[in-house]
Design a protein around this ligand. Structure first.
Ligand code: NAI
Ligand code: 13P
Length: 318
């Protein structure tokens, strides 16, 4: 039995794929949402049009303790509170974070938050290029499963691989989670330049210099460069910066176009840009694109001003 906590788009998609290989419990925060999904066998609120197989049990309320893996598909800025509420039931089992970002309140990534709240658990992260709908539709996807404990990582890799979800493994949790966190910040920047009509060439420049910025920050925090070049870094950067299926990219588009954006939509890159900039400033790491994204998100700069700021920096070697 695999438990997935969080009945958003991603948790639901993972449950649908995992149900091909094992019975799955999908836990929703809201009892009404769980009841609705039980009755209709569909998550109309977050992933409409996808049938929920009978092998998925929909629950809410208290979580049962156990030894089986538990996937946490909770948005980054809500993960700390969720762990606090359910630490007793979650501790002493493998916990797999399925979110992308850096916690604004603590500056920690998902695996460090898990280790803090549930010290008896081995924390892992599942991340990489994948849209929830693609996974749920059974389309081919490849992700990174990172766990500092090699034995737990190997067990999770084989327990969570499904016919359409191929998992690569690493022990570099820092690299995997920072790749996933930072690509969302760069995707907002890319959406903004496309929305403002600044062109595909500008986007390619931002993706490339954004990748350099991701590497600079992650390596300073101990990440391995190969992880950044893999699915969780380069792979997810390529997907998110070029597809309007991405909410972060669409949020950037709305900034560039000067149109509104529904604040209820999960956009991890906005809070993460602020969390990363605070850490980078303290560590004296140069993060010009992240800096520009925080200014755009705060409404302190227009896109053309942000681009001018980036283009007028001192000339340097690549
Ligand atoms: N949607 C996608 O294509 C992908 C999403 N992700 C990541 O998955 C994470 C979750 O995103 P989505 O599922 O897409 O978001 P979503 O907006 O579809 O759903 C978020 C879910 O979290 C629940 N939630 C909010 N606060 C909560 C709390 N305090 N406790 C428990 N549950 C809470 C909401 O009820 C909602 O069901 C994000 O970090 C995202 O970056 C990763 C890969 C793909
Ligand atoms: O992380 C994702 C794809 O890998 C989903 O991106 P968004 O959160 O921007 O929709």
């Amino acid at each position: 039995m695999i438990t997935v906590c969080g009945a958003g788009a991603f948790g639901t998609a993972l449950a649908v794929s995992l149900a091909k290989i094992a019975p799955v419990t999908l836990w929703a925060r809201d009892a009404g949402h769980a009841a609705e999904m039980r009755a209709t066998r569909e998550n109309a609120r977050r992933l409409p049009g996808i049938d929920l197989p009978e092998r998925i049990t929909l629950t809410s309320g208290p979580l049962a303790a156990g030894r089986q893996p538990c996937l946490l598909a909770i948005p980054m800025q809500k993960l700390g509170g969720f762990l606090e509420d359910f630490a007793a039931a979650l501790d002493n089992r493998p916990l797999v974070a399925c979110c992308k970002g850096v916690d604004l309140a603590t500056g920690l990534g998902p695996t460090a938050l898990i280790a803090q709240a549930c010290p008896g658990s081995n924390a892992a992260i599942l991340t990489g290029p994948s849209f929830a709908r693609d996974i749920a539709l059974g389309l081919p996807t490849a992700l990174t499963l990172a766990c500092a404990d090699e034995g737990t990582g190997k067990a999770l890799q084989s327990a969570l691989t499904t016919p359409n979800l191929r998992l690569y493994r690493t022990t570099d949790t820092t690299g995997a989670e920072l790749g996933g966190a930072l690509k969302n910040v760069i995707a907002i920047a890319c959406g903004a330049v496309i929305g403002a009509g600044l062109g595909e060439s500008a986007r390619a420049a931002l993706m490339t210099r954004g990748f350099a910025e991701m590497n600079r920050f992650a390596r300073a925090l101990g990440a391995h460069p190969d992880t950044l070049a893999g699915l969780s870094g380069f792979g997810d950067l390529a997907l998110t910066c070029t597809s309007d299926q991405s909410r972060n990219y669409r949020f950037g588009l709305s900034i560039g176009e000067g149109t509104g954006f529904d604040p209820a939509v999960t956009v991890e890159g906005a809070a993460t840009a602020h969390a990363v900039l605070a850490r980078a400033t303290a560590m004296k790491i140069d993060m010009p694109i992240t800096h520009a994204v925080t200014a755009l998100v705060n409404g302190e700069l227009r896109v053309d001003q942000a681009m001018d700021m980036l283009l007028s920096r001192p000339l340097k070697e690549e």
